[in-house]
Write a protein that binds this ligand. Structure first.
Ligand SMILES: [Zn+2]
Length: 264
């Protein structure tokens, strides 16, 4: 029986190139395969020129959803927040492979190869080289950073087709654009009947783009320190008894403004 399976597999094996290590390889025709030379997981469909590698997803659906719910402060009351759909997507990116500038420490050039704005993933372009929360650049810098999957055939992910060229940014002599796939969890959810789409990095389990809260948190602290200044300035004039409620009210008002901005 195993001999039979082996024969079937050998018949569908094909000679191709791994775009991770550039090695000539012979692999089964499957959705995802492991390169026998470098061990990277490759997307088996499409490209005649070779099979592009993918960065191995590490953050599971539950962990990524919890990170998003925490960061968006989604209400956890019964029925307030409902996940309509959660999908693991492999998103294509163009990576500038420049042998003359290759370095583990120097950031590489990465641009989006598909527009995923509608599901909450801002594009990476020549003029926008970084999106908060998205770790595609450090994770695709070297093969080792991309990670390897034990069993590529067990990967349950949708591959997003590469539809955008590498942004017109010409590659210098000796450099070329290389396709890599990066995993994100795409969540479609409803909060009090309002629909939202957000993407969470499936390697670091960090919410991507506008969902990030880091800047807001900095803003909250800056505002609190500012308001404390107002309190200290007012205190000798009107006395602590009057200044404390004033401080509390302005803090609450500020928090409301901030939450409203975040909700947009
Ligand atoms: Zn390889």
């Amino acid at each position: 029986m195993s001999g039979e399976a082996g024969t079937t597999q050998a018949a569908s094996d094909r000679l191709t190139q791994c775009l991770g290590c550039n090695g000539k390889i012979k692999v089964a025709a499957a959705r995802f395969v492991a390169c026998p030379l470098c061990g990277l997981t490759l997307v088996g469909a499409g490209a005649d020129s070779g099979l592009p590698p993918l960065v191995a997803p590490r953050g599971g659906q539950d962990r990524c959803w919890e990170a998003l719910a925490r960061e968006r402060r989604l209400p956890d009351r019964e029925g307030a927040t409902q996940v309509r759909e959660a999908r693991l997507l492999l998103v294509p990116f163009w990576l500038l492979d420049d042998a003359s500038r290759r370095s583990v420490s120097r950031p590489g050039v990465v641009v989006s190869a598909a527009d995923l704005t509608p599901v909450g993933l801002p594009p990476l372009a020549a003029g926008r080289a970084r999106v908060a929360g998205l770790g595609v650049e450090p994770a695709s810098r070297t093969g080792d950073a991309m990670g390897r999957l034990e069993d590529p055939s067990a990967l349950d992910a949708a591959v997003v087709a590469a539809t955008l060229p590498p942004d017109g940014a010409a590659a210098a002599a000796g450099a070329r654009w290389r396709l890599v796939y990066y995993p994100v969890w795409s969540f479609h959810y409803v909060v009090y009947n309002k629909e939202h789409y957000h993407v969470v990095d499936a390697v670091t389990a960090q919410p991507v783009g506008p969902a990030r809260r880091v800047r807001s948190r900095v803003a909250v602290w800056a505002a609190m320190i500012g308001l404390l200044g107002v309190f200290l300035a007012l205190q000798p004039l009107v006395g602590a008894a009057a200044a404390v409620p004033a401080w509390g009210v302005s803090l609450a008002a500020f928090r409301l403004t901030l939450l409203r901005q975040r909700a947009v």
